[in-house]
Design a protein around this ligand. Structure first.
Ligand code: PRP
Ligand code: URA
Length: 214
């Protein structure tokens, strides 16, 4: 079983508990998605390459650093939107490429409905995919396919909750893609469960619906 990076910070655990709670309001849910994204990004971006730069403080020259490569955040619509805002607050100089993908509810296959990436748009760029839920991983695998077609070769995925089935499928399809999560849950729902197949158990429900109150 490939192991994702599970960011097990005490504050992340408390936030995740509120996210899982079915009584949490959409307003609180959105706030927590943003805050948790910040914690996850600290780990996901810990290996970013830097370029040294000398700057002048008011007193003297000092050693400083800039990002060696451009950074792109790629939120998967809809549920990745709340993560993108928070990510930009951490790295205001990053660019954002939105990808529109939803799961066909019957087949669980991803359907792409929005992609403005031009060939080569992501060459020499560090890319961070943002989607709170890694369930079957069909959506993230399709997203990584599109990002690679746009020239990306340095991709990580930041999510909130993952299922073992999805982690395994993503590792099989894209072994070089690193995964950062706040929790690796038990399994996906299937026959005999009350929720439709393909939801993360215990999970937090439908992340898009819970953020936007739909
Ligand atoms: C959710 C979620 C992921 C996807 C995960 O989106 O935000 O994108 O499902 O499932 P997978 O790993 O099995 O592909 P959804 O399809 O519900 O679209 P929405 O956010 O537009 O409602
Ligand atoms: N998408 C969600 O929003 N939640 C799940 O549990 C699975 C897919």
């Amino acid at each position: 079983m490939p192991q994702p990076n599970v960011v097990d910070h005490p504050l992340a655990r408390v936030m995740l508990t509120r996210l899982r709670d079915r009584t949490t309001s959409p307003a609180e849910f959105r706030t927590l998605v943003g805050r948790l994204t910040g914690i996850l990004l600290h780990s996901a971006l810990a290996d970013l390459d830097l370029t040294p730069a000398i700057i002048d403080t008011p007193l003297a020259p000092a050693q400083g650093w800039t990002l060696a490569r451009p950074l792109a955040f790629v939120p998967i619509l809809r549920a990745g939107l709340g993560m993108a805002e928070a990510a930009l607050q951490h790295v205001p100089g990053a660019v954002v490429w939105h990808l529109g993908l939803y799961r066909n509810e019957a087949t669980l296959e991803p359907v792409v409905y929005y992609n403005r990436l031009a060939p080569g748009a992501l060459r020499d760029t560090s890319v961070v995919v943002l989607d709170p839920m890694l369930a079957t991983a069909g959506s993230v695998i399709a997203a990584v396919d599109l990002l690679q077609a746009a020239g990306a070769d340095d991709i990580c995925c930041v999510g909130i909750v993952g299922a073992p089935e999805g982690v395994q499928a993503l590792a099989a399809a894209h072994p070089a893609v690193r995964v950062f999560l706040a929790a690796l849950d038990e399994r996906l729902t299937g026959p005999g469960d009350t929720w439709p197949a393909g939801y993360i158990l215990p999970g937090l429900g439908d992340a898009g619906d819970r953020q936007f109150g739909t």
